[in-house]
Design a protein around this ligand. Structure first.
Ligand SMILES: C[S@@+](CC[C@H](N)C(=O)[O-])C[C@H]1O[C@@H](n2cnc3c(N)ncnc32)[C@H](O)[C@@H]1O
Length: 231
């Protein structure tokens, strides 16, 4: 991940992604944003200025160190925290999950497509049972060109692109494996998980296009009225 290599289309993806997240937060349902794969935590300042708490987790210790230092310099350490941790280690004991402070989890910038098995990642989100947004690339020609330009600027060798009914994948000889999924495919997995893990929940799911090359799947967990009646 190297910001200097972002083509204009990816810079605008990231700006529009942040606008989309703020739009969802401003609907008033959440107090806390938890960003998975927070990298340099560039969103934190805006989120805190808008009066939400910010938590980030990332597996890269340099990013975590730099973001922590940045929070101190910006004087936002009481409202913004970042921790060295993998998405797959998250559980309900994580400090962001305070029962009084409703959390929105965000998997930004196609992180979802870097995590491997999509059902396993979604299952993790279902077990956490907190509302979430997955932000990812669309499958279209403009998105293909943006990703290709980005990976070429990163000097990945032997770039290879494959596409089928469910996904569009870039690989390289260095081990790049960036996959984006068809939203209908993600939707099918989510329906399966509802049946398997949350049959008593009413799950709201929307796919929102926020940019020419970016879209988000926003999932909310609502216990169904029948469940609350039966206690
Ligand atoms: C948000 S993703 C964006 C990747 C982008 N789509 C790309 O292809 O360049 C990148 C960040 O996610 C972090 N990351 C990767 N796997 C992770 C995991 N399992 N848990 C938490 N963070 C992770 C990386 O360290 C990096 O800072």
């Amino acid at each position: 991940m190297n910001e200097e290599n972002y083509p204009g289309s990816i810079k605008s993806f990231l700006l529009d992604e942040l606008c989309y997240i703020i739009k969802i937060l401003s609907e008033g349902k959440y107090y806390v944003l938890l960003e998975i794969g927070s990298a340099n935590s560039i969103k934190a300042l805006t989120i805190v200025q808008k009066n939400y708490k910010y938590y980030g987790i990332d597996v890269n210790s340099r990013f975590v160190r730099e973001a922590t230092q940045n929070f101190v310099e910006k004087n936002i350490s009481d409202k913004a925290k970042v921790k060295l941790m993998s998405f797959f280690e998250l559980d309900s004991s994580f400090e962001a999950f305070d029962i009084n402070e409703k959390v929105l989890i965000v998997l930004p910038f196609n992180l979802f497509g870097n995590l491997g098995n999509p059902k396993k990642s979604l299952e993790k989100l279902f077990i956490l049972c907190q509302d979430f947004i997955i932000s990812y690339y669309k499958i279209n020609r403009t998105s293909y060109l943006a990703r290709e330009e980005y990976y070429k600027k990163c000097e990945y060798k032997n770039l290879n692109y494959t596409k089928d009914y469910s996904q569009a994948k870039f690989t390289s000889s260095e081990g790049l494996c960036s996959i984006t999924y068809d939203p209908e495919y993600i939707e099918r997995i989510i329906h399966e998980l509802v049946q398997e893990l949350k049959p008593s929940f009413k799950i709201d799911m929307v796919h929102n296009s926020f940019n020419l090359i970016g879209l988000a799947t926003y999932v909310r967990f609502n216990p169904s009225p029948d469940t609350s009646r039966s206690g």
